[in-house]
Design a protein around this ligand. Structure first.
Ligand code: ATP
Length: 545
């Protein structure tokens, strides 16, 4: 699947637009149009329902985007949430130094006084080889042994690890000048602002770069006010902001995006089990919503990739057209986050397992927990296993990346009735519009009857009414919007009060009593099979003329 085709379909059909497009757009920001907003909302709703409301052990929360700046000190984002950046002194371009890969071009001797090979470095992949080659040609003639587009000594490198002399040989990927890049400097990815009228250091605040910290900061509030008992989770869906240096690949990496995060708190002894549970459950969730498992991968981090506090992390990755990339991370974070917030806030964030204590204390011959603490005085964790900092399993997903994966997966081109069509084969639960209602022609009372059915369906589902143009063309438009079912009122409807249902994927048609349309659609959306030979329809021509 071609990414450009998907981006153009998203624009043309109102899924996703560049933000502020009338002003030329703004890099790293996107707007969701009428179809896109429904798709993303359905993804978030499905996640919310499957993670929270259909379970007994997870509650939801909705925290503010701007939090006390100390939250970000405790979480490590102020100190460590940064990328090494190199700036071009000449063209002011800015590049992530740890992502600069380079190609070396050997130049023909008579065209260059230099004896050393010229090295052109570039950023990322894609057409970068071409750009590097153009830059190389500006400096001298490429050796005749190099065919156009071919590179000599291509190496993937990390600019930060090069020595100073090697750096002077490198050319800016944008302007092509040599030795213009500064030493890499760390650049914090958090957006800053000021709360209040005075824009000074004391009022500095940050837009959250993840939703997780709001959950940790409210851990005690939730435990104290709800009946939650370990093991339990707190989940949140909301916007996060990262001043990404190189936003790219459509909505895959943007500067404002939405996350769907769960922090699942458990007893340290059970953490490995819960990690295995969520790792599997989250992977299955994407498959259940239509992602083919051969495009999905669960990749366990190597020990040297793990954050120092994490004992295990796995990424759910999807084979996007631009490469295999992360959709969601599932991390076993130990008690790192609660420990940090306990230390920075000075508040006790430990959990007391009262039930377990009440159960065990008679056997120990104790009457109060104070006694137990006194007995263990001097131990590293005197209250254990009754009072402890819970361990955390964190499945952290991006709503926009999920939207992109579902779009990529759904996009297909096939042939129907001898004509090419573009179709988005969304899972019915995620489809923005659930069904479209059509009068076959705009006469003989068909529009009125179709509209009555549409009004009735609209009370239950997001449905669409379209009476303009050839029926085949109307089907195509809905195929492109990913609408799973078409409901057509035709000549026969006027005599026997039935309608024709059409399935988006197989284009199969069958008849359903008009009065049963709501239930029939509900059954189909819930996955009930499409009726077989018992209710065939006289096929409505798919041709768009
Ligand atoms: P990456 O390595 O791609 O930058 P990350 O490992 O930093 O991602 P996390 O901090 O684990 O990402 O965030 C959890 C999830 O949030 C990611 O799996 C992704 O789905 C989403 N996410 C993170 N950064 C972005 C972004 N800039 N744009 C869109 N989604 C994002």
């Amino acid at each position: 699947m071609d990414m450009d085709k998907l981006v153009s379909l998203c624009k043309r059909r109102g899924f996703i637009f560049p933000s502020s497009e009338i002003y030329g757009g703004i890099n790293g920001f996107w707007d969701y149009g009428p179809l896109g907003v429904e798709l993303k909302r359905n993804i978030k709703d499905a996640w919310w329902r499957d993670t929270i409301t259909s379970r007994d052990d997870v509650v939801g929360i909705d925290c503010s985007i701007i939090m006390h700046p100390k939250v970000w000190e405790a979480s490590g984002h102020i100190g460590g949430f940064s990328d090494p950046m190199a700036d071009c002194r000449e063209c002011k371009g800015r590049f992530r130094a740890d992502q600069l890969t380079y190609i070396r071009f050997d130049l023909a001797k008579d065209d260059s006084a230099e004896t050393k090979p010229k090295t052109i470095y570039f950023f990322g992949s894609g057409n970068a080889v071409e750009v590097a080659e153009q830059n190389a040609k500006k400096i001298g003639k490429l050796q005749s042994s190099i065919k156009p587009g071919e590179t000599l000594n291509r190496t993937d490198g990390d600019y930060t690890t090069l020595d100073t002399e090697a750096k002077t040989l490198f050319h800016c990927p944008t302007c092509g000048k040599a030795g213009t890049l500064t030493e890499p400097r760390n650049f914090n990815l958090m957006f800053e602002s000021h709360a209040g009228a005075i824009a000074d250091e004391a009022n500095k605040v940050y837009l959250r770069p993840e939703t997780a910290q709001g959950i940790f900061a409210n851990f005690k509030n939730v435990v104290d006010t709800s009946r939650t008992k370990i093991p339990f989770g707190i989940a949140q869906v909301g916007k996060s902001f990262r001043n990404e240096i190189n936003p790219r690949n459509f909505i895959f990496r943007s500067r404002e995006f939405e996350q769907m995060e769960l922090e699942f708190f458990c007893h340290p002894d059970q953490a490995a089990e819960w990690y295995a549970y969520w790792r599997k459950a989250r992977f299955q969730w994407y498959i259940d919503h239509g992602i083919r498992s051969d495009k999905l991968r669960l990749r366990d981090h190597d020990p040297d990739e793990l954050a120092f506090y994490s004992t295990a992390t796995a990424d759910i990755e999807y084979a996007f057209p631009f490469g295999i990339s992360e959709l969601e991370g599932i991390a076993h974070r130990g008690d790192y986050d609660l420990g940090q917030h306990q230390q920075f806030s000075g508040k006790d964030l430990s959990y007391f397992d009262e039930e377990r204590w009440e159960r065990d204390k008679p056997a120990m011959g104790m009457t109060s927990f104070k006694e137990y603490l006194k007995k263990n005085e001097g131990a590293e964790k005197p209250g254990y296993p009754y009072q402890y900092l819970p361990h955390v399993i964190e499945p952290s997903a991006g709503a926009d990346r999920a939207t992109l994966a579902f779009l990529c997966e759904a996009y297909q081109e096939d042939e129907v009735g001898g004509e090419l069509r573009t179709v988005l084969k969304f899972h019915p639960r995620l489809a923005p519009i659930k069904a479209a209602v059509f009068p076959l022609v705009k006469k003989d009372g068909m529009p009125e009857k179709a509209e009555a059915i549409y009004r009735e369906l609209k009370r239950h589902f997001n449905v669409f009414f379209d009476e303009k143009g050839a029926i085949g063309r109307r089907y195509r438009r809905q195929d492109e919007a990913g609408t799973p079912f078409g409901i057509t009122v035709d000549g026969q409807s006027l005599t026997d009060d039935t309608v024709t249902f059409r399935d988006r994927d197989s284009c199969k048609q069958w008849r359903v009593p008009a009065a049963g349309a709501v239930q029939a659609l509900r059954d189909l959306l819930e996955g009930k099979p499409i009726p077989g030979a018992e209710s065939p329809a006289t096929e409505i021509e798919e041709s768009s003329n």
